[in-house]
Design a protein around this ligand. Structure first.
Ligand SMILES: *[C@@H]1O[C@H](CO)[C@@H](O)[C@H](O)[C@H]1NC(C)=O
Ligand SMILES: *[C@@H]1O[C@H](CO)[C@@H](O)[C@H](O)[C@H]1NC(C)=O
Length: 296
């Protein structure tokens, strides 16, 4: 027995200290009652993922392999349509590409963002849910199987589209709230944008608007310097990104555009299998448990 223990311990420790050697899996789930078109933008100098935009019907999920040290953001586009000329556009989160793939385009605010820097300082993944560019739907980022840091869910689970202050609110044709602007976006004021004389944590303070977001979503960024309670860290994790993680209200379930579109696009996102990374981690965790069991 003892001869088996050492290699297993070494393997476990190797994964603890060099988690960046392994890629990560993002599982993206749509628990909203309406279709969501996720968009993905890779950070400068990191590769594009196998898809930059696709459809997730209500209840669907898909998994993507994410390379070591990837950074970037992911968001949900809602109420998307394709016009007679084939131009694709979305009422919220549009990335300006005119196609389902975003191909390097970012989300037009307001949009809830999930932000990632994998294998950053100290070998930790940094992740958050941000409302700094406004809000368009509830989102949660949950690490799976990671260690170290504070490894728990970053989220804005609340549905803010109806409660949004009227001066920030964006509505669709039937006057239903579909998104909620940031105060920076709505008023362009340096004080809200943390720009100019306000471009530091000492000078840019929460406003009544950022506090509206923070009260509803304490585990999400409400303004640019909200780091302490909004940034999470973890090492060697896979991540589940969920749209509408809570009990979803039927915000757009009545929207005919959202419904009719649901049948038109097939999800182009990659594979739906357990990746080798996942299996490797499962074996390692199993070995660690076995070892601890025999040790005590
Ligand atoms: C999580 O840990 C990081 C340091 O690794 C810290 O900066 C951050 O404030 C913590 N986040 C929360 C929500 O406690
Ligand atoms: C769905 O696709 C068909 C055929 O391409 C098209 O005629 C129709 O307008 C599309 N529906 C929507 C809602 O885009």
């Amino acid at each position: 027995m003892a001869s088996l223990q050492l290699p297993m311990v070494l393997a476990t420790f190797f994964l603890q200290f060099f988690p960046g050697v392994y890629s990560s899996t993002f599982t993206i789930r749509n628990k909203c009652s309406y279709p969501v078109w996720p968009g993905i933008l890779s950070g400068a100098g990191t590769p594009e993922l196998s898809t930059t935009g696709f459809l997730l019907q209500s209840g669907e999920s898909t998994s993507l392999s994410v390379p070591t040290s990837w950074s970037g953001r992911l968001w949900g586009r809602t109420v998307c349509t394709q016009d007679s000329s084939g131009k694709f556009s979305c009422l919220t989160g549009d990335c300006g590409s005119s196609t389902i793939a975003c191909s390097g385009g970012g989300a037009a605010p307001p949009a809830t963002l999930a932000e990632f820097t994998l294998d950053g300082a100290g070998g930790l993944d940094f992740y958050d849910v941000s409302l700094v560019d406004g809000y368009n739907l509830p989102m949660m980022v949950t690490p799976q199987g990671g260690t170290g840091g504070n490894c728990s869910s970053a989220a804005c689970s609340a549905d803010l589209n109806e409660d949004c202050p009227v001066e920030l609110k964006i509505t669709d044709g039937s006057n239903e709230g579909v998104a909620c602007k940031s105060a920076c976006d709505a008023f362009g004021d340096a004080q809200y944008c943390c720009s100019g004389a306000y471009a530091s944590p000492d000078t840019c303070k929460p406003s009544t608007y950022s506090e509206f977001f923070k009260n509803a979503c304490p585990k999400a960024y409400s303004y640019a310097y909200d780091d302490g309670t909004s940034t999470f860290t973890c090492a060697g994790a896979d991540y589940i990104i969920t749209f509408c993680p809570g009990l979803s209200t039927s915000l757009k379930s009545g929207s005919t555009t959202a419904k009719s579109l649901a049948v038109n696009y097939t999800s182009s996102a990659g594979h739906r299998h357990r990746s080798p990374t996942f299996i490797g981690r499962a074996i390692t965790v199993g070995a660690a448990v076995w070892w601890l069991w025999h040790l005590f």
